[in-house]
Design a protein around this ligand. Structure first.
Ligand code: NAD
Length: 483
């Protein structure tokens, strides 16, 4: 019989089985192969991790920034040593192509630990002038305590690191609940963290259903801050459960890419295709919809079809593959619903538009281009989260802006124009946290502030470099009477 990896929670510095003995399976989205048997936690396991984290916090918060910086770098070293294994696990369990994408995600995560370890050394406080004679005031940043971190499956190594690295650097202990379908990736990342020799309880991993273990850690009085990336629906539930706690919520998006009449169409098509098809479209900042006027619709669609036809679907571990399977059945069902709705409303299917049964048994959906999508169609109004490039025709510049802003989401956009003043006008008026001019909607670097616009359903707060460090720390003010 083939050896199947068995993995447990990591609580208080030890690999720990579930108290109830339950397990669940991790399977490949490519061929359904069993990858691992994992401990399925419940509320008791989550509580045990919270208690362990409180002990971990006591030690971590007493260390200097320089000492914690070393820990971050040791985690990065361990990840670098195990780059091949991490990338192969990511490709096998998440489904993204090893060579085209998985290595890049591991490298970004390594950088995330190194950056947090560096930036924490420069998180300075203030000496504040005061009105009263004989008084002095200083303010500085302190860790908040135990962070509840809940993460999704689309970037199962890098998104956790966006929280774990700054929390560790700043002195917060963490209880982390990853998405069930990418739990083996979480175990491999946790092994690297454990190898770095952190204080017991500094980072704890609890596997299992989010609605149970995730709910327990965000709602518990034993946690002091929340970091969550996932869907708006879960984000809203978490906001209620964790009401009153500081929280970072990184939720859904829906593009858009806005192509103005003077745009370089080759450049716009390449960027929109990248934004629609990277990670098979399972990206919060994906180019979920492409807004264009009638003038450029056909020429842009033609270019997108040409790019889509060159994409090679297949085994994520095969170096020639440029798009793997989707991560799970739910994603495929949502894509099918959105594409059918777009076609029923008169959208023109130009490429793809079906599952990929000729590719393999897994959750494949062909890269798809749909022209003249109606504005009311789900492809324009909601997040699809799949490899779909829907073009929506707008009347003029004002309509492009209104249609872009009409979405309930407000995360990231791309705008294509050769006119810098128009670029600025769009950049300022788009209700998005991030606007990329002449770049894909998903262009981002780890230190740039990333998050949703206020009043939209894309979340709260900003991830990225020093911005996350500020989010996961409290400002402490101390006054002195020196008379
Ligand atoms: P999801 O909300 O279904 O799940 C995310 C995580 O929450 C999983 O670990 C899940 O187990 C857990 N969870 C589920 N119910 C919970 C509950 N009641 N309490 C606590 N935790 C719970 O999202 P998903 O489908 O896994 O991920 C896709 C979504 O994530 C998309 O909407 C995407 O846009 C968003 N996302 C956003 C960003 C960003 O940075 N803004 C990045 C990646 C993904």
């Amino acid at each position: 019989m083939q050896h199947v990896l068995k993995a447990h929670h990591f609580i208080g510095g030890r690999w720990t089985p579930s108290q109830n003995g339950n397990i669940f399976e991790s399977r490949s989205p490519y061929d359904g192969a069993l990858l691992a048997l994992l401990a399925e936690g419940d509320r008791e396991d989550a509580q045990a991790a919270i208690v362990a984290a409180q002990a971990g916090f006591k030690v971590l918060s007493q260390m200097t920034a320089w000492e914690r910086s070393k820990l971050c770098n040791r985690v990065a070293d361990a990840m670098e040593k195990r780059r091949e294994e991490l990338a192969a696990t990511l490709a096998s369990e998440q489904g993204k192509p090893l060579v085209a994408e998985a290595y890049g995600e591991i490298d970004a995560a390594v950088t995330g630990f190194r950056e947090a370890g560096e930036l924490i050394k420069w998180l300075e406080g203030e000496v504040i002038p005061v009105e009263t004679p004989g008084k002095r005031a200083i303010s500085f940043r302190q860790p908040r305590g135990v962070y509840a971190v809940v993460t999704p499956w689309n970037f199962p190594i890098n998104i956790p690191v966006e929280y774990l690295a700054p929390c560790l650097a700043a002195g917060n202990a963490v209880v982390w609940v990853p998405a069930p379908t990418t739990s083996l990736c979480a175990v491999k990342l946790m092994e690297c963290i454990a190898e770095a020799g952190l204080p017991d309880g500094a980072v704890n991993l609890v596997l299992g259903p989010g609605a149970v273990v995730g709910d327990e850690i965000v709602g518990s009085v034993g946690t002091h801050g929340i970091g969550f990336t996932g869907s708006p629906a879960t984000g809203n539930a978490i906001a209620k459960r964790g009401a009153g706690k500081p929280m970072l919520l990184e939720l859904g998006g829906n593009g858009p890419v806005v192509v103005l009449d003077d745009a370089d169409l080759d450049r716009a098509a390449a960027a929109a295709a990248f934004g629609s098809f990277f990670n098979a479209g399972q990206v919060c900042a994906a180019s979920g919809r492409i807004l264009v006027t009638e003038k450029n619709h056909d020429a842009l669609a033609e270019r997108l079809v040409a790019i889509a036809s060159r994409i090679r679907l297949g085994d994520p571990l095969d170096g020639a593959t440029t798009m793997g399977p989707l991560n799970n059945a739910q994603v495929v069902r949502k894509i099918e619903e959105h594409v059918a709705d777009g076609a029923n409303r008169g959208g023109e299917l130009l490429f793809g538009g079906e599952r990929g049964p000729d590719v393999g048994p897994g959750w494949f959906y062909k890269p798809t281009v749909i022209g003249r999508v109606e504005k009311q169609a789900m492809l324009n109004t909601a997040e699809t989260f799949g490899p779909i490039a829907p073009l929506v025709v707008c009347a003029d510049e004002a309509d492009l802006l209104d249609t872009a802003n009409a979405s309930s989401h407000g995360l990231a956009a791309g705008v294509f124009t050769r006119d810098l003043s128009k670029a600025f006008a769009f950049g300022e008026k788009l209700r998005m946290g991030l606007v990329n001019i002449n770049s894909p909607s998903c262009y981002w670097e780890l230190h740039l502030p990333f998050g949703g616009a206020s009043g939209k359903s894309s979340g709260l707060g900003r991830l990225g470099g020093k911005h996350t460090l500020r989010e996961v720390t409290d400002v402490k003010t101390i006054t002195f009477d020196v008379t």
